[in-house]
Design a protein around this ligand. Structure first.
Ligand SMILES: *Cc1c(COP(=O)(O)O)cnc(C)c1O
Length: 443
């Protein structure tokens, strides 16, 4: 079976160059650290485009497939521009994400707005800029969106976000499809919602159903199980309400390979299972082949991203752990402290002849829990060495904070031995830009 890029531990262009340094996208990582400073997020454009093509090829036998990138994994103007070139639409979850893709010149018809508590202002913005689909999450939002659409004399094209009651074996915080979830309509609430849409909410046009089961999924059965439930609902809704739903959004969630213990399925395996299942349910329930939407986030951007750090202080606990501190940590990558997420790392500069030892890579933030990688074998490190942590493209920058009032890192895009800055490093003035000292406190 063909492999896909989400099954790679490292960006596809990772090499050791003639200086014995690590290079990605043809760029020496030590030179990048020198030029742009650390911490530094680096995105490899080849790897990113390669997974996009893996998804498209995996689904080419089902032409009614729409690829939507779940922007929350990493939403920046340049990344949005690349994905638009790859013919992806965008799943957005806030006014900020909508604004980012809008300003990047994306065709807003290819944008979906999703979320469990969208505000009046966000829904208003979505209708104003012409977002193609809104996935309505709950009864409150049905009423609110209808009211806003009515006030603008518009019809909102919507999906209903449902909770299909499928559990996947991922971390509790990244599971969303089980019954007791905060997201979406319970299956028993769908009829009530459709009644309201048909009889009261004249400015809503229901196009289909939407579900998303969870994230970092390795089990391939999840997607066919989900399609079975949604197809059954679509047939039932047609029968009961005479409402013809043509769209099925099966969410995202495909896993990536953070360490050698992770074995995510390929896009090709998922594609085959999904297409076979769609063909089966179309027959079984006698429904029109639906347009399907896929919303991968992590599997699109994770593998193409790495983070560079510089080694600083060291602490050897007598008879205990050796801590090596780097110049970043939980503010630029909160995943280890939030979900005990595991990463691998290497030294970017040439340490070929240095003996290895087991150490713990500690962050620089004021929390004992700010440990980036516990117990990792690396060549004996010295101050100034450059560390490369792999698979940081997804849910790193997008979850980054200014904890300890530390500036967020810069991000560069690398390709064909070129590097281009796509996010500037924050400055000290950026950090105080929104601060106000009331007049009475001014000196
Ligand atoms: C988070 C999310 C995704 C993307 O999940 P990944 O695990 O990053 O692929 C897709 N759809 C919805 C509705 C989401 O909330």
């Amino acid at each position: 079976m063909q492999i896909s890029t989400n099954q790679s531990l490292k960006p596809l262009t990772t090499q050791i160059n003639e200086n014995g340094n690590l290079s990605i996208g043809g760029c020496d990582l030590v030179e990048l650290a020198d030029k742009y400073g650390t911490p530094l997020y680096v995105i490899d454009e080849k790897t990113l485009r390669s997974i996009c093509s893996d998804y498209k090829k995996a689904f080419e036998k089902y032409p009614k497939t729409k690829m939507m990138y779940a922007s929350k994994a990493l939403c920046t103007s340049a990344i949005a521009s690349i994905l638009a070139e790859e013919d992806f639409g965008f799943d957005t979850v806030s006014g900020g994400e909508i604004y980012t893709v809008y300003k990047a010149g994306i065709d807003m018809e290819k944008v979906l707005f999703n979320g469990n508590n969208k505000s009046y202002d966000e829904l208003n913005l979505a209708l104003e800029v012409g977002v193609g689909r809104i996935s309505v999450d709950n009864f409150f939002e049905l009423a609110l969106l209808n009211e806003i659409a009515q006030s603008k004399n518009k019809t909102a094209e919507i999906l209903l976000r449902i909770t299909p009651g499928i559990e996947c074996h991922t971390h509790e915080y990244i599971q969303t499809g089980h019954l007791d979830s905060k997201f979406g309509f319970d299956l028993t609430q769908i009829d009530n919602a459709i009644d309201l849409i048909i009889n009261e909410y004249k400015n809503l046009n229901l196009k289909g159903l939407h579900a998303h089961i969870g994230s970092q999924i390795f089990e391939t059965s999840i997607f066919p199980d989900e399609i079975e439930i949604m197809a059954k609902e679509i047939a039932r809704i047609e029968e009961k309400f005479g409402l013809h739903l043509t769209e099925m959004n099966i969410g995202g969630g495909l896993g990536v390979k953070y360490t050698n213990l992770d074995n995510p399925p390929s896009t090709y395996q998922i594609g085959e299972l999904v297409i076979n299942k769609l063909n089966e349910v179309v027959e079984k329930y006698n429904i029109e082949p639906p347009t399907i939407f896929l919303e991968p986030g992590r599997s699109i951007i994770s593998t193409s991203g790495i983070t560079l750090y510089t080694v600083g202080s060291t602490k050897q606990v007598p008879q205990g752990t050796k801590y090596i501190a780097i110049d970043g940590g939980m503010a630029d990558n909160p995943r280890p402290s939030m979900y005990q997420a595991k990463y691998i790392a290497e030294v970017a500069n040439n340490k070929e002849n240095t003996p290895k030892e087991k150490i713990t890579l500690a962050g620089r933030f004021c929390e004992s829990g700010d440990i980036l990688i516990k117990d990792i074998e690396l060549p004996q490190l010295e101050q100034g060495d450059i560390i490369c942590v792999y698979n940081t493209g997804a849910y790193n920058y997008s979850m980054a904070s200014n904890y300890n009032r530390v500036q967020k890192p810069a991000m560069v895009l690398v390709n064909d031995a070129n590097s281009e800055i796509i996010i500037n490093r924050e400055t000290l003035d950026d950090l105080i830009a929104h601060d106000i000292i009331p007049d009475r406190l001014k000196k």
